[in-house]
Design a protein around this ligand. Sequence first.
Ligand code: LLP
Length: 416
Amino acid sequence: MLNDSFRYVNDQLACDGVPLCNIIAAHGTPTYVYSANRITQNAQRLQRAFSSLRATLHYSLKANNNLAIIRLLADLGLGMDAVSAGEIYRAEQAGVDPSHIVFAGVGKTRDELQYALQAGVGWFNVESHGELLLLNQLAGDLQKRPSVALRLNPDVQAKTHHHIATGHFGAKFGMSADTIAHILAHRDETPHLTIHGLHVHIGSQLGDVDETIEAVRRAQHLAEPYPDIRTLNIGGGFPVRYVESDEYPQPENFAEALAPVLKGWQVMMEPGRSIVADAGVLLISVLYIKDQAGQHFAITDGSMTELIRPALYEAVHPILPLKNAPPTQKMIIVGPVCESTDVLNRGTMLPVLETGDQLAVMGTGAYGMVMASNYNMRTRPAEILVEGEQWRVVRRRETWDDLLRQELSESTYGKI
Ligand code: LLP
């Protein structure tokens, strides 16, 4: 997963020319490193690809919500897609105008809806009839009139891992066409809402454009009788090539296929992975080498608590040595966590490794740090942003005290 930003320079893996071993010398491992250049290029590529559709991009904060990355993308003109009030708050802290935020999510609480209404969030993607009625009531109480897109579950089977497919009836997301048709026919029941859009998102890491087109057509069919509903949020899901052999449609392929279908529509999108995944690496160090039953294990200081994707989705992330050398043996890369699933790569060709060698887990800018945990009392890693030839810490490594803080505050007994 090498690209313009992550490549070998004088046999040292570098991020935009900065040798990653220099970052390790200053900040240790495990550490996430992101390339501001690559993030910018990826966002601009999407903006270009969808420019003929005049689509508005809302970056999906769940992929990577570091404040520095939010600021970078907001400066490029992207809005944000939030799935909790916490994400809205975070985006606000990064300086994002709430009117540029879409609020999605299948289980928004009353408090979250209230918070978002008061903040002046731009759009609400509503996922159930109950949520719609609650939002209407709260909007009335607060004398607001938010814009609403109804999320359709189009019942199409996206070509992707079953854990990240969302547009079929086995999934909890969205509403059936019948429910949406009913809501649209009774818009007078929700006088405090302006329902003037539909939303579809059929999954992440989509292997094909066809199902997206089908989902869009199903949404358009529902909106046909209502000329004031001509906004369609097509979600995210643009795939990333994690390994060389991956064959996926490019954003341009999606744009080309969607352009004739979406003519005359106001288009919104919520890409996450395609903007940040290949702009990040997780740097780790080898602790021990262990040979067992003919298998070679490298036990590293990186684990499923920094990157859970291999354990959770059997995701494959290439692992490269920071110092370039010919790959000569098949290694299983694991972490120190007390779980058999704590594997970062189930078998990858690497040079002969020894204690202290440094490795990069590639393509970990999306759904890496945001899914990190403190299991086994592990502190979450530092995050570094490389900007041109400079780098800075955009989140410091956690300390043991950070992990104890919430428990050490005074507690009082509740009353019966
Ligand atoms: N919009 C909605 C409504 C979503 O549910 C998602 C992702 C996105 C946009 C952004 O999708 P993207 O462009 O990033 O594919 N943790 C999993 C991915 C979960 C995606 C959840 N929803 C993983 O590591 O693969």
